[in-house]
Design a protein around this ligand. Sequence first.
Ligand SMILES: O=C(O)CCC(=O)C(=O)O
Ligand SMILES: [Fe+2]
Length: 267
Amino acid sequence: MLNEYLTRGYLIFRNIIPATLLSDLRRQADIARDLAHELNGPQAQRIQPLEEFGGKIDLRPFRDYVELPALKVAIEELLGPGYTHGHVHIMGLLVEPLDHPWHCGWHRDGVVEVPIAARTDEVRDALDQFWNDLRVFNQVNCALYADSCTWYVPGSHLRSFDLPDEQQSTDDPRMRKPPQELSSVEAEIFYIEHCREMPGAVQVHLNAGDFMIYRNLAWHTGLYLPYRPRATIHDVVSHSDGGQITEAWRRAQKKARAALEKTREKP
Ligand SMILES: O=C(O)CCC(=O)C(=O)O
Ligand SMILES: [Fe+2]
């Protein structure tokens, strides 16, 4: 399975959450989902970190999920010692928006915040320091209900350079809020087309209790539909060494942004 993870960039442990835990998680997730919309409006599509909402939801099943032996063993067998798959202070829940479809735009996490104009050779060198380091940039979607929202380009995590048609669309104003002239149905079709347009993209289908780990440096996106209930645990698989690596990357990003600001200041 390690080979599959390394070559495709994502791996799914099927049906790894036991039914009793799944029921307990669903009960709390249903509360958290309503809370997401109550606090952040009908279009909210996540609530995170769950720990912050411990007054309103019972965190016990999420703590049980963190301690689940089957998951601990699977992650250790896949990646070795030192990794953790669950963190209640980081973990969120991805939920469906209520009013209209929502597309988060194609992106690679980790580089998504670096403006394209700031992606200099220096930034690329900094990126390449950790690009293939498994201790960082492993993300998790664990579906409590069947979930087909995620689209992914297998293999794109293996290269830090982009192919000509691989374009970030997170800043496209048509994502997140469909153009006014489109009906909800038209918006859905427009977003599906946008998912399909990405060369090599596949739609990932998770069933209840499936745990997906993915290199989030790969091209991926999420298409959320109001009529398709979603309650998917969203977390990272992290390593005890990961903090210092991401810190170095954060410093490099900051430097790149400052350099870009400086060129913009020039008349
Ligand atoms: O909705 C998804 O499955 C993807 C979420 C995502 O890409 C992100 O949180 O960065
Ligand atoms: Fe992402």
